[in-house]
Design a protein around this ligand. Sequence first.
Ligand code: ZN
Length: 189
Amino acid sequence: MTVRPILPIGHPVLRTRTTPVPRSDISSPRIQGLIDDLIDTMRHANGAGIAANQIGETARILTIEVNDNPRYPYKPPVPLTVAVNPEIEVLDDERVVINEGCLSVPLRGELVRSLNLRVSYTDREGVDRQQVVRGLTAGTWQHECDHLDGILVVDRIDPRTLSTWEQFTEHHQEAFVERITRFVREVGS
Ligand code: ZN
């Protein structure tokens, strides 16, 4: 297991659509090692999730984990999830405005995300899984699946809301956390 460098915006691999992993390759040392590296790198950077192309790999794999995250203290917990070949299905028209950051982008800002999703993926043992995810957790899934399609948050953020992390903390965090905490309590995820 290795903490790998996280590629910053501008690197072409972040704009590359990743390739599905053949089922027979999931158990291979290459893919299992890549999954271990994704988990290590995500945890080391305090990310809520990470996509393989953020560490320069074009396999369609993401990991998500939220547990008292210092970057995103308002996010509800999510157990460690490894998703190979994830796909998301938007379940309805409910939307929410989220202020998002990204390990590959030095700015953050507001964008609209769908509230209710069904996610389908294969886990690292090769078992097909489906689950319904809501709220900020649904936002995290959309963020990481966007990466796997070569899309970055800056493509979706309202440019007038772009902010450095420092300026966000100073001027916007309190109102956002107040609103989103109330929201998390209402949707429960
Ligand atoms: Zn990101």
